[in-house]
Design a protein around this ligand. Structure first.
Ligand code: SAM
Length: 275
């Protein structure tokens, strides 16, 4: 067995209880397709294979792929690729399946990028059960008024119902990471949670606001309207939002109201920065 590769964030689960809890949380049935990100030495994979119709593992490390093939034979379908290069929709549709279950004890150096790709392909997933750094998990589930609330919370909550299921101490992994981890489940429903008129523009507003999260909204968003405070005053009135609030106090529906009003005002006057 090769030594764990730090560069690929290899921290393998060694605690049977933790493995059982994660697999139980995934709620896998015999007709399910499971996509596992980074199967590693197969701690989760073995149990997933015992429950699912099919498991596809996406593992970047070639030596680990060889090991997994020798351990599980043809039962496990492997993509020896960087998960960031995999098109989840193609992968799942190619199996003739509408929606899969995603499981992953994620390599922490690419957590944000992986979550973005999962959200982009959300229509292809019933749920995702992800092991992430505890701090990231707190950001994912944070609600307005909480200091962890930000772009990640909004992006995940816009499209799913995330929940922290339990924490994992460093000692359940080999080698032990320097941080605590949490297992998060995101349930994706076919019906969208919020009606967003223009998601790209919505996220431009959200990113601008949180780019200066200590400021009041009226100052954080000023750059978007070339410093024209009178436009923001009009937008605040149209959206019925107090622009003295800080970005972390504003809910998803409120950001949507701001986005619509800002877009409407600026379309009228052609004033948005960087259109
Ligand atoms: N699932 C195993 C477990 O729980 O014991 C291993 C988890 S370990 C934290 C992360 C795994 O992701 C490693 O096997 C690592 O080689 C793999 N990995 C790292 N970067 C990757 C990438 N960009 N694409 C696919 N797999 C990657």
């Amino acid at each position: 067995m090769t030594k764990p590769n730090k560069g690929l964030a290899q921290h393998f689960l060694t605690d049977v209880g933790a493995v059982q809890r994660i697999v139980r949380a995934a709620g896998v049935h015999a007709d399910d397709l499971v996509v596992e990100i980074g199967p590693g030495r197969g701690a989760l994979t073995g149990r997933l294979l015992a429950q699912a119709g099919k498991v596809i593992g996406i593992e970047r490390d070639e030596a680990l792929c060889d090991f997994l093939r020798s351990r599980f034979g043809r039962g496990l379908h492997l993509c020896n690729q960087d998960v960031l290069a995999v098109d989840f929709s193609d992968l799942i549709c190619g199996e003739g399946i509408e929606r899969a279950i995603l499981v992953g004890n994620l390599p922490y150096y690419i957590t944000g990028a992986v979550i973005r790709r999962i959200l982009d392909a959300r229509r292809r997933f019933k749920r995702a059960v992800l092991t992430v750094q505890r701090e990231v998990a707190r950001r994912i589930v944070a609600t307005p008024g909480n200091r962890d609330y930000g772009v990640l919370s909004i992006a995940v909550q816009l499209h799913s119902h995330p929940k922290i299921l339990f924490d994992l101490a460093p000692g359940v992994f080999y080698p032990a990471p320097g941080v605590f981890s949490s297992v998060v489940r995101m349930d994706f429903h076919k019906k969208t949670r919020y009606r967003i008129q223009d998601e790209r523009f919505f996220f431009r507003v959200v990113r601008s606001a949180f780019g200066q999260r200590r400021k009041m909204l009226k100052n954080a968003l000023l750059g978007m309207v070339h410093g024209r405070m009178e436009i923001l005053q009009r937008v605040g009135a149209m959206a019925d939002i107090d622009f003295r609030l800080r970005p972390e106090a504003v809910s998803i529906p409120e950001y949507e109201r701001i986005s619509r009003a800002l877009k409407a005002s600026c379309e009228f006057g052609g004033q948005i920065q960087g259109r």
